[in-house]
Design a protein around this ligand. Structure first.
Ligand code: 3H9
Length: 705
């Protein structure tokens, strides 16, 4: 007999003396206010019906519950709030069983921990990933997880945000039983009946004692973890709040510990980091929604070809091999083929050395890797990625070969980072098949993939590129054709602003330190030393003839390169790297070069504070970001945000440069630009889009919807 529940997203049904409760709120059963009300009503129903002896909670569809409804954060809370729901479930006087399949994350796992017994199917993913959203588990998770798993395991789960598999959760006592078979409802019903038959008691997690589980010295464990977090989390707010909540819970009565958790949770909710991280979460999903992909089936990609076995080509090969696809790499002669193969093997050998791969796993992967000097080997490839030298004539020669050998419908992709892909496409007989796939180095690690869409490309080729990105576990961003696309085009501008500041009076070390304090893992001059100064130098020389003679050009980098100081690989660049050190030391000779250049350019050096450095750097980035959106190179501001978070080390907790601009205030950004323009009006031209938005009182986010 089915009883209608109070909301249409939580259904209750009776099966003998068991009330089973199904959360049916696609796509991921997020705990929106209707679900929370439904769960409250279901427990009320169980309590008021004397014939009910136990309760079983399951999720419909793909999983149990993916957590609180993230879209509700930042709005006034609606009752019942999730902590109330969890407490109600735990207080139930009849045994409550949670049967978990798929995702049980955040508030989803907190619901399960508030139940009295837990079963997880083999496909379950259990986790408390709130820190990734700038939050802490705020429905009792910081108190119940330590009681079930022990302090150390629970804190590590919360701080890492990782997903645990079912067996690990059983081993770690988070879950009582591994479900058998494939049907969560059947497995859950069987377990619940078994418990009822045994007259299993109500077993409340709150009544367990965290101190008794696992660690003899939980305070010492917390101290050690806190030290580590302070060192590594670079100013993140919520990880320390997690520790604070757990620490307080070890000495406070349970209800007071919950009140304290709520207080800390609300501090996290109010933090700008929460706003930045949640923006990043949704932006990463929105970037997948591009017009070409809507209702268009991608082409099948079963075999991938690759031209070029340099660092980039090899990284792409590894990314494709890791996705389970076979790769055929073309190089110009046997020696280059051997080098390309060695570059690929080097990546896997590194993993073996770290104990993260076995020799036999490597052999399995390498069995899918083929090489040739003959383009004919690509005749059956479904998609070919060119990663050769960045020069139009070289690219066109490669594409002429591809045009000759590739089968009809093969996707022909270029990994160029700057060149005009429309021109490449126009050079072959099938421009509709040509697209840009701009990987970031190291291509097997960096998440960003700019999908550059030339004018003549067919929609199913774009759809194929997005499908491939998902298969490679990349974050794809659609970009239009222009010099540098989204990322490198904006980079060129804020990098120039950094050079201006260096010539005007800041040392590269001050600029790097300011950007690290902002949240970057490295400053721009450290990045330059890591990438190799020679690359930028070659580009500058190539562009010298076309550079606007009126534009400011800082020559410091050229002076450093002329000495053969290309960064880490030569032992010095902006920094000194004695005896192969990876962390650089300031170099007095570099400071002397900078002084000499200031004198040559007739500049009286003026110091800038860290805050002023960040303002100028960000103003340049935001202004060019606005231009890129205005000209349709990026579809929306959020595409710029995702590009910078995943390709350029932009601190994720700030959401991306455009989100940062919204939070800082677009009027303030514009005012900064207008001030800087007094010194250099050519460089600091306010973007028309920025001007318009300020005039209309709108922000970038208004263009994301
Ligand atoms: C929390 O629980 C706080 C509590 O401790 C305290 C509260 C007081 N809410 O990722 P997908 C949407 S914090 C709303 O593409 P997948 C998503 O935007 C929460 N919406 O699927 C997308 O929408 P669209 C802790 C959500 O299969 C659609 O669902 N939980 C939520 O690749 C499909 O998502 C988490 O942090 C949500 N919670 O991955 C888990 N989750 O189709 C966050 C997803 O319009 N979620 N959506 O673009 C995930 O990690 C993944 O979504 C999941 C599925 C692994 C579940």
């Amino acid at each position: 007999m089915t009883t209608p529940s109070e909301t249409n997203v939580v259904h209750t049904a009776k099966d003998g003396d068991l009330l089973f409760v199904t959360i049916d709120h696609p796509p991921v059963n997020a705990l929106s206010v209707d679900v929370r009300r439904g769960l409250m009503a279901a427990i009320d129903q169980a309590e008021s019906d004397a014939s009910v002896k136990g309760v079983l909670i399951v999720g419909a569809g793909r999983g149990f519950i993916a957590g609180a409804d993230i879209r509700e954060f930042g709005r006034p809370p609606m009752h019942p709030i999730l902590p109330e729901v969890c407490n109600r479930i735990e207080a139930c006087t009849k045994p409550v069983v949670a049967a978990i399949h798929g995702a049980a994350l955040g508030g989803g796992l907190e619901v399960a921990m508030a139940a009295h017994y837990r079963l997880a199917m083999a496909d379950a993913k259990l986790g408390l990933p709130e820190v990734q959203l700038g939050l802490l588990p705020g429905s009792g998770g910081t108190q119940r997880a330590p009681r079930l798993m022990g302090v150390e395991a629970a804190v590590n789960l919360m701080l890492s945000g990782r997903h645990m598999k079912a067996q690990e959760a059983v081993d770690g006592k988070l879950v009582d039983r591994l479900g058998e078979g494939a049907d969560v409802l059947q497995a859950g019903l069987a377990y619940a009946r078994e418990l009822l038959a045994e007259a299993a008691p109500v077993r409340r997690t709150r009544d367990l004692d965290a101190i008794k589980i696992g660690d003899d010295h939980p305070m010492g464990v917390l101290d050690a973890i806190q030290k580590d977090v302070e060192k590594k989390s670079r100013g993140l707010f919520s990880p320390l709040k997690v520790i604070e909540a757990v620490r307080a819970g070890l000495s406070l009565p349970f209800d007071e510990a919950l009140d304290n958790e709520r207080k800390l949770f609300l501090q996290c909710i109010d933090s700008p980091q929460r706003a930045g991280l949640i923006h990043a979460f949704f932006a990463e999903r929105e970037v997948l929604k591009v017009p070409e992909v809507k209702n268009v089936a991608p082409r099948t990609v079963a075999r991938v070809g690759l031209i070029g076995g340099g660092t980039m080509g090899a990284g792409i090969a590894v990314a494709v091999l890791d996705a389970g696809l076979p790769v055929t790499m073309i190089e110009r002669d046997a020696e280059a083929v051997a080098r390309g193969r060695a570059n690929v093997e080097k990546v896997y050998n590194g993993l073996i050395a770290k104990g993260r791969m076995t020799e036999s796993a490597k052999a399995d992967v390498m069995a899918r890797f083929n090489t040739s000097t003959d383009y004919q080997a690509l005749a059956q490839a479904d998609l070919v990625i060119e990663a050769v030298f960045e020069e139009m004539s070289v690219k066109k020669a490669v594409f002429a070969e591809l045009d000759r050998v590739c089968k009809p419908q093969a996707v022909l992709a270029t990994n160029t980072s700057y060149l005009d892909i429309n021109e490449i496409a126009a050079s072959v007989s099938r421009p509709q098949d040509v697209i840009g796939l701009h990987f970031f180095s190291p291509a097997n690690i960096m998440k960003l993939l700019e999908i550059v869409v030339p004018t003549q490309v067919s929609a199913d080729v774009v759809a194929t590129a997005f499908a491939l990105a998902t298969q490679l576990k990349k974050v794809p961003v659609r970009a239009g054709v222009c010099d540098g696309f989204i990322g490198n085009r904006i980079l060129a501008v804020y990098r120039a602003a950094a050079d201006h500041m260096m010539e005007d009076g800041c040392s590269p070390y001050e600029i790097d330190a300011a950007m690290r304090a902002f949240g970057y893992p490295m400053g721009p001059f450290q990045v330059s030393d890591l990438a190799g100064g020679d690359i930028g130098w070659a580009t500058r020389k190539r562009r010298a003839a076309t550079r606007d003679p009126k534009a400011r050009y800082v020559q410091i980098a050229d002076r450093i390169c002329e000495r053969g100081w290309f960064g880490q690989k030569t032992g010095r660049g902006y920094y000194l790297y004695p005896a192969g050190a990876r962390t650089g030391e300031p170099d007095p000779e570099v400071l002397a070069i900078i002084d000499a250049e200031r004198a040559r350019a007739n500049i009286q050096p003026q110091a800038l504070s860290s805050e002023q450095i960040v303002r100028k750097y960000m103003a340049a980035m935001i202004n060019e970001g606005a231009n890129v959106v205005h000209q349709g190179i990026a579809l929306r501001p959020l595409d710029v945000d995702v590009t910078f978070v995943h390709g350029y080390g932009f601190p994720r907790h700030r959401g991306g440069p455009m989100k940062y601009a919204d939070m800082y205030g677009l009027d303030k950004v514009l005012a900064d630009i207008q001030t800087f323009a007094k010194q250099d009006p050519l460089f600091w031209q306010p973007s028309p889009l920025l001007v318009q938005l300020v005039k209309d009182g709108k922000n970038f986010d208004s263009l994301n919807r």
